[in-house]
Design a protein around this ligand. Structure first.
Ligand code: HMG
Length: 396
């Protein structure tokens, strides 16, 4: 049985910071952030928003686009590294907001930015095996990327969610069965310690870990696909390559690495053709951790001028820590028209720019968000209901 992506949905906060403005405020040449890192704007969520509301809004878009009802969904998984609780998953709150039935497998997955991919591959096997019995899986990648104010990681923040509706009716992408290459290694490149809201990162080392994982996963993919050899460069078998995008420049480094492995003497020459369209939306949003590669995929389908129908796309997902996977899918007829109809570029255009003082005030307020509320001591019978007013924000 074939399995793939029936529809997708995106949610971003209504507010962003212009990176040229942030650079000025930090006494850095704007070119370092905009050209050096390849990011123009980074999404910054208002204090009231969290991974639950982002996830639910993205899911609503994916379900509406496919005409999918609550009864159709048999599995809901949220991949996130910005959980709202040690035990209760983001997905349970999302189930409540979406009104999904009780006959649904609901849980959360975590492995840095790879968490959503783990869920997607699992859902794909659930559909292929026949266990889904015609039901669909809703896989949502939802995160708020956060580094300390004034640190090198600060311009690589972002926030957003991507929802992926997986079923036996792949109207956007059909994933290629058995064509996946995994690579995992215990490294300390980036982590989010329990005592801190901000991620801890060894930035330059994390870039090297990403590239090592890319090489390992790319080689593992070729072994799994059993199609090495033949004419031309291996990566030319893909009409597009979609990499995990912590910032645009990382995709350029990734592409250069793959092409060099392929023996290309001009590894940058194919970048605009094979990678360019996938960076258009990410460059306006920043790193959204689990959703980053899927936002890049949406960008490719929405912004590419080439007709990709029937063509193969290579996907590389990297999660620090680390686990990575290179896999592939074939673009289905009408996929580009369907994604264009979601109006994603317009969604990003409608946002409001925050001033740097407004952004800094939000960062300071978010720092306090998970402090124990005073009501917790209000007496017997008090039940903590989660950190935010999800229903009100979702209803907007
Ligand atoms: P940095 O050290 O301040 O920056 O932070 P830099 O000095 O390396 O400069 C960056 C680039 O700007 C360089 O280009 C400079 O040459 C250029 P490159 O050499 O890399 O091609 N530059 C300029 N360009 C134009 N005009 C100028 C100018 N000045 C300099 N005036 C760093 C960079 C990425 C380390 C930092 O932002 C950081 O730590 N970010 C967070 C970590 C990260 O994103 N790592 C990526 C790989 S790991 C990953 O992807 C996993 C992750 O998503 C987490 C997860 O899995 O959950 C992060």
């Amino acid at each position: 049985m074939q399995a793939g992506l029936e529809s997708l949905g995106i949610a971003v906060p209504p507010t962003y910071v212009e990176l040229a403005e942030l650079a000025k405020a930090r006494g850095v040449a704007p070119g370092k952030y905009v050209d050096g890192l390849g990011v123009t704007r980074m999404a910054v969520p208002l204090v009231e928003e969290d991974t639950v509301t982002l996830a639910a809004r993205a899911a609503r878009m994916a379900m509406e686009a496919a005409g999918c009802t609550a009864e159709d969904v048999g599995m809901l998984v949220v991949g996130t590294e910005t959980a709202v609780d040690h035990s209760k998953p983001v997905s349970s709150y999302v189930q409540g907001l979406l009104g999904l039935t009780t006959r649904c497998r609901v849980f959360e997955t975590k492995h840095a930015c790879y968490g959503g991919t783990a869920a997607l591959l699992l859902a794909m096997d659930w559909v292929r095996s026949g266990s889904a019995k015609g039901k669909k899986a809703l896989i949502i990648c939802s995160d708020i990327a956060r580094y300390g104010v004034g640190t090198p990681g600060e311009p690589t923040q972002g926030a957003g969610a991507v929802a992926l509706l997986v079923s036996d009716q792949p109207k956007l992408l059909a994933f290629e069965t058995g064509k996946t290459g995994a690579y995992a290694k215990d490294v300390m490149d980036f982590w989010r310690p329990l005592y801190s809201k901000d991620a801890v990162v060894d930035g330059h080392y994390s870039v090297q870990c990403y590239l090592d994982a890319l090489e390992g996963a790319y080689k593992a993919y070729q072994e799994a696909a059993e199609d090495a050899g033949g004419e031309g460069m291996y990566s030319d078998r893909f009409a597009a390559l979609v990499y995990h995008v912590p910032y645009g420049k990382m995709s350029r480094k990734a592409h250069r690495h793959i092409r060099t492995l392929d023996g290309d003497k001009e590894p940058d020459a194919s970048f605009d053709r094979l990678v360019g369209p996938s960076l258009m939306l990410p460059s306006q949003v920043g790193n959204i951790y689990t959703g980053s590669m899927y936002l890049a995929l949406a960008s490719l389908l929405s912004c590419s001028r080439e007709d990709l129908t029937g063509k193969r796309v290579g996907l590389f997902s990297y999660g620090s820590g680390s686990c990575a996977e290179f896999f592939s899918a074939v673009v289905q007829p009408e996929a580009q028209a369907r994604v264009k109809a979601l109006g994603l570029e317009n969604l990003l255009e409608k946002r409001r720019a925050l001033s740097i003082p407004e952004y800094e005030a939000i960062m300071a307020a978010r720092e306090k968000l998970d402090d124990k509320p005073a009501e917790e001591t209000a007496g017997e019978g008090f039940r903590y209901q989660g950190t935010r007013d999800h229903k009100r924000i979702y209803a907007r």
